[in-house]
Design a protein around this ligand. Structure first.
Ligand code: TTP
Ligand code: CA
Ligand code: CA
Length: 615
């Protein structure tokens, strides 16, 4: 891969060295277009494996894998040295590494009120518990929040978080370079005056890995001075100063996570979320990689574009076939007009990603109105009323544990409880929800009682079914129970907390509080985040989660359903407007203006618009 020097036009197109003004240092409202914007993504190394290692007090140098039934779901780095991967079969893994430590995730079993490490868990009778990992994940998130109080933090999955460092960077810049606090008094542009040149020599944060600006030139110069020299050969910008500050801050947070909780992480730092996530895997484990703007082109060009998230599927294949290309660099000559003509207006996103542009914001997820869902894909379908209680009890124990645990960080209570069941052959699940009353002592049994009531309302009883041959046979293949609208109670509602453990507060009339809460349940028409009402056609979409999902995965699942539904509208719009070319597989498929109305429900193709969905 040859190294590219960057002609002026290119620098401009990639926008690698945008002008930074006083306003960018002083204003908190410049948002995603602030040229000082700096984002970090921090991901736990082999997360579940580290959790189990810590729990068992095993030496981190020993090879360990975490199992879910017979699948490896996490492999630690010492085990990876034996060639073991997530896809490896357990017997093969044991052959590759006879001393391998194998831990099965904890499971819930009917009749037990908490998850256990059962010696012989079985998908037919047990349900996986991710409680340990959720708990550790929350502790890690708290370290982010306490060590980076002024940064915006977004939990992106059970083991990773994005951090927008722009605000703390602004503060530190003003401390270190007080001359940036105001433009020169005679400057006509006032706050829009460009900053003076950045410091001549920058201390590139030492324990970070700086992606080389010219990888070819750096080859063979792997001395301890190598990276420093290499970085110095491209003059530092104010954004590089910002990156160095973020590198120090994130390094501190990662050290805190390591020292207080015992977990190693890998991190990426760059000008946006897309690049931060990409560069986080530049070097793993226990590493932090930084991508300067100047290093973006040579980093992206040789990258196989099908490895980029959202380009791993059909659109990636279409692009690869259409242009006989593999790398980002090979597609850079396609101009925006051509791309949009061929792939629709939304392909702007692809065009931008190839140039390292991403305007996605780092947004803290609101702590309120969350849902908790326990779900089980049934190894043996439920065919009659008598089969259901066993699974309801398992699911309710899990929810009880999770709700009580959530209370350790605040007084939370769900507004409603819902039962979801999926009949074999049905595309959607059936759901029913009801307000969840306050109780003094929360146990699995209280939840079971509420759910069994919902079951009776949702399903024809065995007796009725026997009496009426027209009622279809029951064959339920997934059952789930969710708490929806889980909220931290406001100050005024705090007395309700007494219902959990201690005696109820004397100051408040409990029945009045319950009545108020009930009313607010009834008022809340969109309590369940598992459903979505399409603003275009008012259709209500719902998702049923699968076992092992965490809340983020479920949210992603709902997003996918939404995206697919939006595709349907998109396809409808297209069929009215224009003919687009879709080079799918062997031939080209055309959506012609003649094709009107909704596509068949059985449509298997992934939707068009989802190709261009940003996140
Ligand atoms: P990842 O971050 O994808 O992987 P990892 O943390 O195990 O390893 P790495 O060091 O490469 O980041 O996933 C985080 C956890 O999520 C992982 O430890 C186990 C769980 N997980 C699954 O249960 N199933 C899956 O298919 C994946 C990808 C992850
Ligand atoms: Ca990870
Ligand atoms: Ca991850």
């Amino acid at each position: 891969m040859a190294t590219f020097s960057l002609p002026a036009k290119d620098v401009d197109e990639w926008n690698l060295n945008p002008t930074v003004t006083y306003r960018h240092v002083l204003s908190q409202s410049t948002g995603v277009h602030n040229p000082l914007r700096t984002i970090g993504l921090c991901d736990l190394d082999c997360f579940y494996a580290q959790c189990e290692q810590r729990r068992l007090g095993i030496d981190p140098a020993l090879p360990i894998v975490v199992l879910q039934w017979d699948m490896l779901i996490a492999v630690n780095y010492p085990a990876r040295e034996f060639g073991i991967k997530r896809m490896t079969k357990l017997p093969d893994a044991k052959k590759m590494c006879p001393n391998l430590v194998v831990v099965h995730v904890a499971t819930y079993k009917d009749g037990e009120s908490e998850p256990k490490y059962h010696p012989d868990p079985n998908n037919k009778t047990h349900k996986v518990s991710l409680d340990l990992y959720r708990r550790e994940s929350n502790k890690i998130l708290n370290v982010f929040k306490t060590t980076l109080p002024t940064a915006e933090i977004e939990k992106a999955s059970i083991d990773e978080s994005f951090v927008d460092f722009t605000r703390p960077i602004q503060q530190i810049l003003l401390e270190r370079y007080p001359e940036l606090a105001s433009p020169p008094p005679d400057s006509p542009l006032n706050l829009d005056t460009p900053l003076p040149p950045p410091p001549a020599r920058l201390e590139w944060h030492k324990s970070s890995v700086w992606v080389p600006v010219n990888p070819e030139a750096e080859k063979g110069t792997e001395s301890s001075e190598g990276p420093q020299q290499e970085q110095d050969s491209t003059p530092a910008t104010w954004h590089d100063v910002a990156l160095s500050i973020a590198a120090e801050l994130l390094d501190n947070t990662r050290r805190e996570i390591r020292e207080t909780l015992g977990y190693t992480t890998s991190a990426g730092i760059a000008r946006n979320k897309f690049l931060a996530k990409l560069v986080a895997s530049y070097k793993k484990p226990n590493s932090q990689s930084v991508l300067r703007n100047a290093a973006i082109p040579n980093y992206l060009r040789p990258l196989p574009f099908q490895k980029i998230r959202f380009l791993g599927g059909k659109l990636g294949t279409i692009l690869a076939e259409e242009y006989e290309a593999k790398t980002v660099g090979e597609l850079l000559y396609i101009d925006l007009a051509e791309m949009q003509r061929k792939f629709g207006p939304e392909s702007l996103w692809v065009y931008q990603v190839f140039r390292g542009i991403d305007i996605g914001e780092v947004k803290e997820k609101p702590p309120v109105n969350k849902s908790m869902l326990a779900s089980k894909n049934l190894p043996k379908p439920i065919r009659q009323d008598g089969d259901v209680l066993q699974w309801v009890r398992v699911l309710c124990s899990e929810l009880a544990v999770r709700l009580l645990e959530a209370r350790e960080t605040g007084t939370v209570w769900p507004k409603t409880i819902a039962l979801h069941t999926k009949q074999a052959g049905d595309s959607a699940s059936k759901s029913k929800q009801t307000p969840f009353p306050f109780v003094r002592d929360l146990t699995g049994d209280v939840i079971v009682a509420a759910v069994m009531k919902l079951w009776k309302e949702l399903h024809t009883s065995d007796a009725e079914r026997a009496a009426n041959p027209n009622v279809p046979k029951m064959k339920i293949i997934n059952i789930a129970v969710s708490f929806n609208g889980v909220e931290t109670l406001e100050q005024g509602q705090r007395n309700i907390a007494g219902f959990f453990g201690g005696p109820a507060s004397k100051g408040a009339s409990s029945s009045k509080l319950i009545a108020q809460e009930k009313k607010s349940h009834e008022d809340d028409s969109n309590a369940s985040p598992l459903t979505y009402k399409c603003p275009t056609c008012s259709k209500v979409l719902s998702v049923l989660s699968v076992e092992g999902d965490d809340e983020d995965t479920r949210a992603a699942r709902l997003e996918a359903v939404k995206a697919e539904h939006e595709d349907f509208h998109f396809a409808q719009r297209l069929s009215r407007q224009e003919t687009i070319k879709l080079g799918a597989g062997s031939g080209k498929r055309r959506i012609s203006p003649a094709r009107r109305g909704p596509p068949s429900k059985k449509r298997k193709e992934p939707g068009i618009e989802s190709f261009f969905k940003k996140k």
